[in-house]
Design a protein around this ligand. Structure first.
Ligand code: G1P
Length: 291
C-alpha cells in the first residue's frame, strides 16, 4: 500500500548572501512577501496538502524561525487586550501543532543533499516531502499536494519541474524524461547545474520533491558533485531504475525568491492578487509607473 506523505523537510541553513545586508542578522527565510515570511508560505503549502510534521534543517543565527512558529504570549495577550481580533488570528495561525516540528542543524554547509541527509533520523523509512522555501509556489491544490497525489498514483518518487530558457540550465537540477502523459513523465536522468550545451533537457527542478527513503541510502555515501557539494540531485539520479521516479510538470505560479528580482516579483504579484491588497497596490503601481 502506498504510504501517505506526513512529513516535510525544510532545508533552511543557507546564508542568504544574495540578500546581504538584510540577512546579516536575520534568516533569509524570514524575508517578507507582503505580510508573511517566506518560510510560512512553505509551511502553509504543506498544511494544505495534509502534511503537518516538519523537520527544519537549520543553522546558526536561525532562531527566529523557531520563534515564528511558536506562540508569542506577550504579543497575543496585548493584541487581545487591544481587541485586535484579526491581528491576533493572523499571529496565532502562524504556529505549528505542539510536537510537530523538529529543528536540527546542518553544522557545515556541505550542500543540499547533506542538509536533507541531516533529517534522516526524523524521517525514518517512509516517503517524505522536501520544499526549498526560497522557491515560492502558489496553486490549488498546492504544488507539494500535487506531488503527493502523483506519489499516491505511482508509489515512487516525484519531483516538480518547469521549462526554463536553455541558458539558465546552469542554475538548476535538470531532468531528462520520457513518456510524458498528463503532465507526468518517467525520469531517465538527472544532472545538477549542467552547462546549457550539456543539459539533457530544459526541465528544471523547482525545489519541490516527494522522495522515497531510499534516497538516504545514497546520501549516506557523502559523495560530492557539482560545486564540490553533496548534491540531492546526484543521490536522486542513483535511484532511477530502482524505484519509480517521475517528473511532474508544474503549471501554477512560482517565484524564485532566492533572487532579488524574483523576490520583488513575488511581492508585487501577490499584492496585486490578494483581495485585501489588490486595489491599493494597483493604484500605487500605476502612480509610480507614471513617474
Ligand atoms: C537547488 C538544487 C537544484 C534546484 C534548485 C531550485 O539549487 O540543488 O537542483 O534546481 O535548488 O531552486 P540552489 O538554487 O540551492 O543552488
Amino acid at each position: 500500500m502506498v504510504q501517505r506523505i506526513r512529513k516535510a523537510v525544510l532545508p533552511v541553513a543557507g546564508l542568504g548572501t544574495r540578500f546581504l545586508p538584510a540577512t546579516k542578522a536575520m534568516p533569509k527565510e524570514m524575508l517578507t512577501v507582503v505580510d508573511r515570511p517566506l518560510i510560512q508560505y512553505a509551511v502553509e503549502e504543506c498544511l494544505q496538502a495534509g502534511i503537518d510534521e516538519f523537520v527544519f534543517v537549520s543553522g546558526r543565527n536561525k532562531g527566529a524561525l523557531e520563534d515564528h512558529f511558536d506562540h508569542a504570549y506577550e504579543l497575543e495577550m496585548t493584541l487581545q487586550q487591544r481587541k485586535k481580533a484579526p491581528e491576533l488570528k493572523q499571529t496565532q495561525a502562524a504556529t505549528i501543532k505542539p510536537g510537530n516540528a523538529i529543528f536540527t542543524r546542518q553544522q557545515k554547509p556541505l550542500g543540499l543533499g547533506h542538509a536533507v541527509w541531516c533529517a534522516r533520523h526524523w524521517i525514518g523509512r517512509e516517503p517524505f516531502a522536501v520544499l526549498l522555501p526560497d522557491e515560492l509556489t502558489l496553486d490549488t491544490p498546492s504544488c507539494i499536494g500535487q506531488l503527493a497525489a502523483a506519489h499516491d498514483k505511482t508509489g515512487g518518487s516525484v519531483v516538480a519541474v518547469m521549462d526554463v530558457p536553455r541558458k539558465q540550465t546552469k542554475s538548476y537540477g535538470i531532468a531528462a524524461v520520457k513518456d510524458e502523459k498528463d503532465g507526468l513523465a518517467e525520469i531517465t536522468g538527472m544532472v545538477e547545474k549542467p552547462k546549457p550545451e550539456d543539459a539533457p533537457s530544459t526541465l528544471a527542478l523547482i525545489g519541490r520533491y516527494v522522495l522515497l527513503p531510499e534516497v538516504f541510502d545514497h546520501l549516506d555515501q557523502h559523495e560530492t558533485g557539482a560545486g564540490g557539494e553533496i548534491q540531492l540531485t546526484d543521490a536522486m539520479a542513483k535511484m532511477i531504475g530502482n524505484e519509480p521516479f517521475h517528473a511532474m510538470r508544474y503549471t501554477g505560479r512560482r517565484y524564485d525568491c532566492g533572487s532579488r528580482l524574483g523576490f520583488l516579483e513575488a511581492n508585487v504579484a501577490i499584492s496585486l492578487d490578494r483581495e485585501d491588497t489588490k486595489a491599493e497596490s494597483r493604484a500605487l503601481i500605476e502612480r509610480l509607473m507614471k513617474g
